[in-house]
Write a protein that binds this ligand. Structure first.
Ligand code: NAD
Ligand code: DAU
Length: 332
């Protein structure tokens, strides 16, 4: 099988590519990535010399390039996105371009080239905040921020290509991923690396918001399953079944690092901050998936990875990242 993976230099995409090349000796992967601030070829060192792997530097909005990269593919798996909620609150433009128009560009290429499978990597955030219970795939979309609105728009477009053209599309909507190689703007790597530097951990609002945590390799296994066994036109929720309040998570990280709780700094809440996400995952569980990693052990493994890979995150935090977040959040 020949795969076109987009956004493969980012967090989840790079784990997926490494997993696929390890698991399927006969597969090849073309990775099309723009290398935004979040794309990092260090994540793919392990495979860069593998003859089955090819990197193409470019934008999924570039329709000619996308057609060229996709030619001959058996499937497209689209991870490429602007993915951080806080950045989307500062400006929606890039989110609309990549997450919506980029998805349209990939769908059109898949249609023109008659690619037999298209997998869209989406998020539980499209359902909006879930006060009680858990949402199924048919639940209405009520995105709360520009990031989730752009992802919801993309999902609707993907589904419309199934309804209108019978393009064989599939969508996965996962909960919050964590693990090695996650850009240190997301809460877990941000808090681990801040704590390692004895810097404050900026906890939004009352710290009682709830996220459902999923180890990145479990999400990759779910995407693999949907790619191979999912039913075209269908959507699959992928949750970790591990709901944790942010304050509990923060204390757990500090405990793992042997750092004091005095590092926790309450800051103003994120505007439009969703209180809780919770997915009903019966559908994908019926296909044969469930998370294989226990949260506490996977969090400890993640903490260990950041401890042992300072060379990966220190350059990120001392560069553009610092000015961006230092300016926006330090003085709140
Ligand atoms: P990430 O920000 O780590 O990586 C995104 C990648 O996309 C980067 O390599 C970046 O260079 C690339 N990219 C951005 N714009 C591009 C463009 N125009 N053309 C080509 N490449 C481009 O993101 P992630 O956390 O790995 O998330 C991957 C996907 O999974 C996203 O679609 C995100 O919405 C979704 N998702 C993420 C999570 C999570 O917890 N991280 C949870 C659910 C869903
Ligand atoms: O739910 C899936 C989504 O998870 C993905 O679609 C997104 O791409 C991904 O970024 C993530 O979104 P969240 O907004 O849930 O993740 P984030 O790590 O930004 O925040 C997690 C929680 O921690 C959230 O309640 C906000 C809080 N938080 C976050 C940051 C960055 C803080 O309290 N302080 C912080 O500095």
């Amino acid at each position: 099988m020949k795969l076109l993976v987009t956004g493969g230099a980012g967090f989840i995409g790079s784990h997926f590519i490494r997993q696929v090349l390890r698991k399927y000796p006969s597969y090849s992967v073309v990775n099309l990535d723009k290398l935004t601030y979040a794309g990092n070829l260090e994540n793919l060192r392990e495979v860069e010399r593998d003859p089955r792997y090819q990197f193409v530097h470019g934008d999924i909005c570039d329709r000619a390039l996308v057609r060229e990269a996709a030619r001959g593919s058996d499937a497209v798996v689209n991870f490429a996105a602007e993915s951080h909620v806080d950045r989307s609150i500062l400006g929606a433009g890039e989110f609309l371009k990549t997450d919506v128009l980029g998805t349209a560009s990939l769908l059109d290429a898949a249609r023109e080239l008659r690619i037999p499978r298209y997998v869209q990597i989406s998020t539980d955030e499209v359902y909006g905040s879930v006060d009680r219970g858990a949402v199924r795939e048919e639940a209405p979309l009520r995105p709360s921020n520009p990031y989730s609105a752009s992802k919801a728009a993309a999902d609707l477009l993907v589904s419309a290509y199934w309804t209108t053209y019978r393009l064989p599309v599939l969508i996965t909507r996962s909960s919050n991923n964590f693990g090695p190689n996650q850009y240190p703007e997301k809460v877990i790597p941000l808090f681990i690396t801040n704590a390692l530097e004895d810097r404050p951990l900026p906890l939004y609002g009352d710290g009682r918001n709830v996220r459902d945590w999923l180890f990145v390799l479990d999400n990759c296994a779910a995407i693999d399953l949907v790619l191979h066994q999912g039913v075209p036109g269908e959507i699959y929720n992928v949750g970790g079944d591990t709901e944790v309040e942010n304050i509990v998570l923060t204390r757990q990280i500090l405990r793992l690092l042997g750092k004091p709780e005095s590092l926790i700094q309450s800051v103003a809440d994120r505007p439009g901050h969703d209180r809780r996400y919770a997915l009903d995952c019966h559908k994908i569980r019926a296909v044969g998936w469930k998370p294989a990693h226990e949260f506490g052990a996977a969090l400890a493994e993640t903490v260990r990875w950041y401890r042992e890979h300072e060379a990966w995150w220190r350059p990120i935090k001392s560069g553009e990242f610092k000015t961006y977040y230092g300016k926006q959040y330090a003085d709140r």
